[in-house]
Design a protein around this ligand. Structure first.
Ligand SMILES: Cc1cc2nc3c(=O)[nH]c(=O)nc-3n(C[C@H](O)[C@H](O)[C@H](O)COP(=O)(O)OP(=O)(O)OC[C@H]3O[C@@H](n4cnc5c(N)ncnc54)[C@H](O)[C@@H]3O)c2cc1C
Length: 293
């Protein structure tokens, strides 16, 4: 199928893009890498009257380190993140996660802003942003808004971004000392969207988890920060205690069912992932087995 007819505007600046979005509202769509927008238009799931192409706005591209954070421009492509030295040292979770996003051809064009604005619930980057405690910066006719990643995703392909706003930057705080990360996903094939995945960031000291931010994807209409995991912080973790937390995690989750997995299977995967994550953070392989109900 082909997309329905649309008009095309190449934005000349961020201000110009916002003007166009303000004028056309819901009838316009931003084009970044086009890796999700173009397939959706060709399938006629979306039929915008105007495409606002921001692809030549270089001010939205690249990673900069400043004042305790990494500032990542919305047009930074997946492949740029994968190769960036600051991402490798200061946000290694992102680097590891991006290797699971689709395939090289898609990572060569897809952008962080597009991925976050698209808000696919099985996507890796939204979950990473919550695990990393990132802030998403959006700009519109009324000025700039800074939205914690934890609040940004509100449903399937739904965020707090309005039709008049542009996602401009993502701010990722630099990691505290003794930080560790964990990333794992179950997918049918390498590069497929996850059936269930887990992105987690932690601070580990003296064999304890001083801080823990585990965020699941593919388990709900948006990324899910596991509340049950709070009980694992600042405590001695025995196999029995972990088993209780996994039970509480299962009670907390209400996973969807589709052609790839039913609800019970997704719940089971989530427990396996959390157990493996804790075992990896504490370097205690015995915790990764056995006690998953
Ligand atoms: C075969 C295939 C497999 C894929 N597998 C995965 C996968 O495993 N994991 C994964 O996470 N993704 C996957 N993707 C999606 C891919 O990562 C996309 O690149 C990404 O979702 C969107 O980035 P983009 O820059 O291409 O955005 P676009 O396609 O240009 O835009 C996506 C949406 O976001 C909006 N948008 C884009 N940029 C902005 C902005 N700056 N401000 C406001 N709104 C904006 C657009 O209007 C559109 O609605 C896959 C895609 C394909 C085609």
């Amino acid at each position: 199928m082909k997309a329905s007819a649309f008009s095309y505007a190449r934005a000349t600046s961020v201000a110009n893009a916002i003007e166009l979005l303000a004028e056309h509202g819901e009838r316009a769509k931003v084009l970044s890498g086009g890796q999700s927008l173009m397939p959706a238009m060709n399938l006629r799931l979306l039929a915008p009257e105007l495409i606002v192409d921001i692809g030549s706005l270089d001010e939205l591209r690249g990673v900069a380190r400043r004042e305790g954070l990494l500032s990542i421009g919305a047009l930074t492509r997946h492949v740029d993140l994968q190769n960036d030295p600051d991402i490798a040292t200061d946000a290694p979770l992102l680097r590891e996660a991006i290797a699971h996003v689709a395939h090289p051809a898609i990572r060569n064009r897809g952008t962080i802003g597009g991925s976050l604005a698209h808000a696919d619930p099985a996507s890796e980057l939204p979950a990473c942003m919550i695990a990393l405690n990132a802030t998403i910066v959006v700009r519109g006719p009324k000025g700039e808004r800074r939205i914690p990643a934890e609040d940004f995703f509100v449903g399937i392909y739904e965020t707090l971004l309005s039709a008049q706003e542009l996602l401009v930057t993502v701010e990722v705080p630099l990691l505290p000392p003794n930080s560790a990360h964990y990333f794992c996903e179950f997918a049918r094939r390498q590069g497929d969207y996850a059936i269930v995945g887990l992105a987690a960031q932690a601070v580990v000291a003296n064999h304890h988890l001083i801080d823990l931010r585990p965020v699941f994807f593919g388990l709900s209409d948006r990324p899910v920060r596991a509340q049950a995991a709070v009980q694992l912080v600042n405590t001695d973790i025995t196999p029995g205690a972990l088993s209780e937390v996994l039970q509480a995690l299962g009670d907390e989750l209400d996973p969807p069912e589709d052609q790839q997995a039913n609800s019970a299977m997704r719940r089971h995967y989530a427990k396996v992932l959390l157990a493996r994550c804790v075992a990896a953070f504490l370097s205690r392989p015995e915790l990764s087995t056995g006690e998953v109900a």
